[in-house]
Design a protein around this ligand. Structure first.
Ligand code: CA
Length: 274
């Protein structure tokens, strides 16, 4: 399925530096957002190392290696690069980064993440968060100890429970999904979703889906208008076909036929663990 993509990043209105990094490689169908952390500009170093590691792994990939394996090795390489840099430059101790990584292959999405950078899918007038934040407050939400609304205001909301650079190995969550015509994917750092509600993300994407540069710019503007308390990064990927066509396709058995390499457990619309 053909698609167009665009990404942008902004330091926001409060932070002195932009510690986010992103990758848009439309030709290879590889996209990533990383949100770095650590003092003395180390966060910038960590997020950039992560994004470069992703690019390298996909550039040098052997065609026989399955995408989920590549995604995992990209995360491992990124983690290793950060650890190596800390060994070479002890002043970077404590730096780390989140990473959300998408690979598009025909009409299949492979999405991996570590930390609280998110992947969203907009389909048929609805927005769905595909990733589950590796964050302290999200753990409390999962345990039923906090509501999502409370989590959004909780002072501990920036604490991530999984990040690259925090240990010798890191395991991403990986899902795969069948894409449909008219889908839009969004990767973002928490500087977007911590400042504006999912409903505003949805309406902004729907209004500007045909011009992704505008779409990304409007999302950044909205985050800044809401306070711009953090760096904000957005990567948008729009798949050919009107969103209305996607609704028709759901009732069309030919349109939802799956490629043979997909495991039978994977059904359209459901993120299934790899
Ligand atoms: Ca952030």
């Amino acid at each position: 399925m053909s698609f167009v993509a665009f990404g942008t990043s902004d330091k926001g209105r409060i932070r002195p530096h932009n510690e986010d990094a992103f990758l848009v490689d439309q030709e290879s169908g590889v996209f990533a957002v990383a949100d770095g952390m650590g003092g003395h500009a180390a966060g910038e170093v960590a997020s950039r190392l992560a994004v470069e590691a992703v690019r390298e792994v996909f550039e040098n990939a052997h065609p026989d290696v399955e995408v989920p394996a590549l995604v995992i090795s990209a995360v491992e390489r990124a983690n290793r690069r950060i650890a190596e840099r800390i060994r070479e430059h002890p002043e970077y101790a404590g730096m780390g980064t989140t990473l959300v990584l998408a690979r598009i292959e025909a009409d299949r999405l492979i999405l991996a993440h570590v930390g609280d950078s998110r992947g969203y899918r907009i389909r048929g007038g609805q927005i769905e968060q595909l990733t589950s934040d590796h964050s302290f407050v999200n753990e409390l939400v999962r345990l039923g100890m906090l509501s999502k609304e409370q989590a959004a205001r909780d002072p501990r909301r920036n604490v991530v429970t999984r990040a690259l650079g925090s240990g010798p190995s890191v395991v991403p969550d990986v899902i795969q999904q069948q894409l449909e015509p008219g889908d839009t994917l969004l990767l973002c750092s928490d500087g977007l979703n911590s400042m504006i509600a999912d409903e505003l993300i949805l309406s902004t994407v729907e209004a500007h889906r045909d011009q992704l540069d505008q779409c990304c710019a409007r999302l950044v503007e909205a985050a800044n208008a809401a306070g711009g308390e953090d760096n904000v990064t957005v990567v948008a990927i729009a798949f050919a076909g009107a969103p209305e066509a996607a609704i028709t396709a759901e009732n069309d058995t030919e349109a939802v036929e799956q490629p043979s390499e997909l495991p039978p457990a994977s059904s359209p619309g459901d993120g299934s663990p790899v």
